[in-house]
Ligand binder design. Structure first.
Ligand SMILES: NC(=O)c1ccc[n+]([C@@H]2O[C@H](COP(=O)([O-])OP(=O)(O)OC[C@H]3O[C@@H](n4cnc5c(N)ncnc54)[C@H](OP(=O)(O)O)[C@@H]3O)[C@@H](O)[C@H]2O)c1
Length: 243
């Protein structure tokens, strides 16, 4: 998968901050992209569905689509190379993720385990390390974890493990970035009304869930805080508690 629009700078206005959003084709990632777009960010939209990304890029001003599978080191290296032409990234939203099907550990197959861990944990590592050299003082990284980073849901071992691992990665990254004044935010949403539920609970009661747009608004506020402040964690859950 290659670069959809090779010359980013051609499509973008001069001074806007640059945000990269992974998993921008739908759900929470799309909602964050929309909120950042409303606040004048230039957007690099990342996902696997090239056609859908192009459609969204055509709708959001100053945005560019870049098809990339975050599990694939070569694909992420191409993303990094394309971004180097921009010289800087101000905000990185590591949002892309999957849940996988519900399976007790006793019958969980290794292929499913690998797919979930490679996407959520390895993919976030690959994207972060590809983009970090382009981030300067004042930049912000948001890693979309889940309440599963702290609470273990039965039959979701790969998801729980990947998100808990990602919490460790995120906390370490925050400490390592303090000297560079790059802020790192852990986003821990509870049940949010997106397509991810089709993977493990298709008939989940969507009406009780948080709207993706609500999460998007919180994230956009967090990444536009003044340089001397950081929200280290955003925890947002349905007000009704359990679904
Ligand atoms: N919804 C919830 O209740 C909830 C709660 C807590 C945390 N989260 C987290 O929020 C994040 C977004 O999930 P969502 O609920 O918005 O789900 P979603 O609607 O299924 O969106 C997932 C996004 O990730 C992208 N993606 C998946 N695998 C990818 C890969 N290998 N490379 C690049 N992009 C990939 C998908 O795009 P393509 O398929 O086009 O590649 C899609 O844009 C996930 O990390 C999830 O764990 C969700």
């Amino acid at each position: 998968m290659g670069l959809t629009f090779p010359c980013y700078s051609f499509r973008m206005a001069a001074r806007a901050k640059i945000a990269v959003v992974t998993g921008a084709t739908r759900g929470i990632g799309l909602a964050i992209a929309e909120q950042l777009s409303q606040r004048g960010f230039r957007l690099i939209l990342v996902g696997r569905d090239e056609r859908l990304l192009a459609k969204i890029a055509a709708r959001l001003p100053n945005s560019t689509a870049h098809a990339c599978d975050i599990r694939n080191p070569e694909s992420v290296a191409r993303l990094g190379a394309a971004l180097r032409k921009l010289r800087r990234v101000d905000v990185l939203i590591n949002n892309a993720g999957i849940a996988g099907p519900l399976q007790p550990i006793a019958t969980l197959d290794f292929a499913t385990w690998c797919e979930v861990v490679e996407t959520n944990l390895h993919g976030t590592f690959l994207v972060t390390t590809a983009i970090l050299p382009l981030m300067k003082k004042g930049a912000v990284i948001v890693n979309n974890l889940s309440v599963a980073a702290r609470t273990s849901f039965p039959d979701m071992a790969a998801y729980n493990a990947s998100k808990r691992g990602l919490l460790g990665f995120t906390d370490t990254l925050r400490e390592e970035m303090r000297e560079r004044k790059i802020r790192v935010v852990a986003l821990l949403p509870g049940a949010t009304d997106t397509a991810i539920w089709k993977q493990f609970w298709p008939n989940a009661p969507r009406r009780s869930m948080v709207a993706p747009d609500t999460v998007g608004r919180l994230v956009a506020e967090a990444v536009t805080l003044p340089l001397n402040a950081n929200v280290e964690e955003i925890v947002i859950t349905p007000s009704a508690g359990k679904l």
